[in-house]
Design a protein around this ligand. Structure first.
Ligand code: MN
Length: 283
């Protein structure tokens, strides 16, 4: 099953796409797919309701896909978690996870327009596996406990403005990561137990139909379990929070591809988790 939020921004309705591909309304179970829902066994309750056949079918035709989780309390991003991307960015692979933050108001739907910010000359794409937290994680004892605290996975585009990130920032990347519309998320939240090998997923990106990134989560320097464990030693991960786990090689920063321009189309895909598509506009 896949959890989705359908409708206009700020007025999305919670829904689930069952294993037959039928979209069903989740409104009877919850007002929204958010941290409170995930922390109160929302995934389990949805699965039970599907089995009992109590969820009415929803005519989803023409409805916009919102991000599959309501505005998170925090969007935590891991930098340089793929060795080849660290190299194309001019850095050595990090010895410990490197983190930075995006404001939660950067999160938009998977097919929404992405705006090139004012003054931008180097807007770039980054396909990433996003982890959605399901239970509060603080001082976990080991990485083996980490995935119990994860509700599921989705696709994330960590859109970046490289001048803002590297030249305007004094070493703090967030300035180049925080522009409006800079975090398309979705289309689906796929429960953790329906992704048997999260370190075995292919990630790809395309610009105007031409291939850009093509790697696998097997190439992560720090696995999802290691990341959640490591983060929990420094901060509290709350239900509904999103962790972007880093991007592989093949972004424009490498010098191999042009940066994005208004009218370009980004497509971002992870095996089993779906594909996003955004047209670039101008802020
Ligand atoms: Mn990133």
């Amino acid at each position: 099953m896949k959890l989705v939020r359908l409708g206009e921004p700020g007025r999305e309705r919670p829904a689930v796409i069952d294993d037959q591909g039928v979209t069903r309304d989740l409104s009877a179970l919850t007002r929204d797919i958010d941290g409170a829902f995930l922390a109160s066994d929302g995934v389990l309750r949805t699965r039970r309701a599907l089995a009992e056949g109590t969820l009415p079918e929803l005519n989803s035709e023409g409805l916009r896909f919102g991000p599959p989780v309501a505005r998170p309390g925090a969007v935590i991003c891991v930098g340089q978690n793929y060795a080849a991307h660290a190299a194309e960015s001019g850095s050595a692979p990090p010895a410990r996870p490197v983190i930075f933050f995006k404001p939660p108001n950067t999160v938009v739907g998977p097919y929404d327009e992405v705006e090139i910010p004012r003054g931008s000359v180097r807007t770039d794409w980054e396909v990433e596996l996003a982890v959605v937290i399901g239970r509060t994680a603080r001082y976990l004892d080991s990485p083996a406990q980490a995935l119990e605290h994860v509700a599921g996975y989705t696709v994330s585009n960590d859109v970046s403005e490289r001048d803002f990130q590297l030249e305007h920032s004094g070493g703090q990347w967030s300035k180049g990561k925080s522009c409006a519309t800079f975090n398309p998320l979705g289309p689906f939240l796929v429960p953790t137990d329906e992704v048997p090998d999260v370190q075995g997923l292919r990630l790809r990106s395309f610009v105007n139909g031409e291939p850009r990134q093509d790697s696998g989560t097997a190439d992560m320097i720090f696995s999802v379990a290691q990341l959640v464990y490591d983060l929990s030693q420094y901060l509290v991960l709350d239900p509904g929070d999103v962790v972007n786990t880093g991007t592989p090689e093949g972004v424009a920063l490498s010098g191999r591809f042009p940066y994005l321009r208004p009218g370009d189309v980004m497509e971002i895909e992870i095996e089993g988790l779906g594909r996003q598509r955004q047209t670039l506009g101008a802020a």
